[in-house]
Design a protein around this ligand. Structure first.
Ligand SMILES: Cc1ncc(COP(=O)(O)O)c(C=O)c1O
Length: 397
């Protein structure tokens, strides 16, 4: 064993600037309860309970046997870029040049690449509050400044073109959106998104739209921001719709003029996305695999259609019907419980008294975090039913 005491290393300021997820603390508590024998229902999880379907596993096994596991091009293997382009044609009727597709290690690497490519020190990037918490950290990692715009139910918890016009300054470089959104499951309407793109374009800025949940849309056929012009940058992933979270695979569609810049950055920062995951993902686009995904999408919709009225029957208010993803952003102020006015205290009470884990709003922003909880339905239907019954018992007391 090394007897030299560990020297105190200087930590970069950006480490302090990143807040830990509150839900991680709750997960630790949940784990303690589970170890003590309690049955905990996890409605906090941001990943599908489904895993990669059989054809994807088979493709992965075949690729492993072939031993084809070298570095790939930083932009991804050509057949996968072509398959993704084919997906845009098939699912959205859009003609996307495979040359514009950059395969990445998940949407996370895609968002980091986009910020590395587009954000300079002190540049401002507009995003809604609440939003996916890592978005502000991707911007700060590029030394930019995330500008969180309070976005409530009236705006479907999303940025509006008016917001962008009102808040654009000489330092603003662009907007970072997600549709459907995490934590709210709400999409920006296509008309509003088009207006935002136009306002941003008129100011010479960038629009990045994270479409990671777009495959999980329930009410209207989704409209990809790819259709609003070659200058729009979209992010997507195999994690959610394709049920491949741990495989770490995603992609960007970038403007033709930016492909070289993204390639150079990707080469230097990541070399490439996992070769195994890329070969496996080719099977995602087979008709039989897409049929499995479609059945799973319908199961998510069934869960949403159960959960939203069930939450309302418990005293939660769902101010905007979520149209996608697997989250409900529920206002908890009228729940019949003493902790209703503080979502962090309420989620703690729900964990301890009902064995149900949800995420308090403080993990997603600063505008109205105490009023909301994020409820995930990436959990079996029967477990959702049980969670609702348990909560009914707790709230009645
Ligand atoms: C909105 C959003 N974007 C990006 C990510 C990161 O996903 P990936 O697994 O593709 O890196 C998540 C993960 O939860 C997310 O919710």
């Amino acid at each position: 064993m090394n007897s030299v005491s560990e020297p105190l290393l200087h930590l970069a300021a950006r480490v302090d600037a990143i807040q830990p997820f509150y839900v991680m603390e709750m997960m630790k508590e949940a784990e303690l309860l589970e170890r003590a024998g309690r049955d905990i229902i996890h409605m906090s999880i941001g990943q599908p309970d489904f895993t990669a379907p059989e054809p994807v596993l088979e493709a992965a096994a075949n690729a492993l046997r072939r031993g084809d596991m070298h570095y790939t091009s930083a932009l991804g293997i050509r057949p996968l870029r072509e398959a993704i382009a084919g997906h845009y044609a098939h699912a959205y009727g859009l003609d996307v040049d495979p040359a514009r597709i950059v395969v990445t290690a998940g949407a996370s690497a895609a968002l980091l690449l986009a910020c590395a490519a587009l954000v300079d020190r002190d540049d401002e990037v507009l995003m809604p509050d609440p939003c996916y918490p890592c978005n502000r950290h991707f911007v700060t990692a590029a030394e930019g400044k995330p500008v969180l715009v309070p976005s409530g139910p009236a705006e479907r918890f999303q940025l509006t073109a008016d917001d962008v016009e009102r808040l654009w300054t000489a330092r603003t470089r662009g907007v970072l959106l997600a549709s459907p959104s995490n934590p709210t499951g709400t999409s920006i309407t296509p008309d509003e998104l088009k207006r935002i793109v136009e306002v941003v374009r008129a100011r010479g800025g960038f629009t990045v739209v994270d479409e990671i949940y777009q495959g999980l849309s329930y009410d209207a056929p989704p409209v990809s921001a790819v259709s609003f012009g070659d200058d729009v940058i979209t992010v997507n992933s195999f994690s959610k719709y394709f049920n491949m979270t741990g495989w770490r695979l995603g992609w960007l569609v970038v403007p033709p003029s930016l492909v070289d810049a993204f390639e150079k950055l990707a080469q230097n920062l990541f070399i490439c996305a996992s070769a195994l995951a890329q070969h496996a993902a080719l099977a995602c686009f087979k008709p039989e695999t897409l049929a499995i995904y479609e059945m799973r999408r319908l199961e998510f919709k069934r869960r949403r259609d159960f959960l939203v009225p069930a939450l309302e029957s418990l005293g939660f208010t769902v101010p905007v019907m979520p149209d996608g993803a697997f989250y409900v952003y529920a206002d908890c102020r009228n729940v019949p419980h003493p902790a209703a006015r503080d979502s962090a205290a309420l989620t703690s009470a729900m964990l301890h008294d009902a064995g149900v884990v949800m995420v308090p709003g403080i993990d997603f922003g600063t505008a109205a975090p105490h009023d909301y909880v994020r409820v995930s339905y990436a959990t079996a239907y029967s477990r959702l039913e049980e969670a609702v019954e348990r909560l009914r018992g707790v709230f009645k007391r």
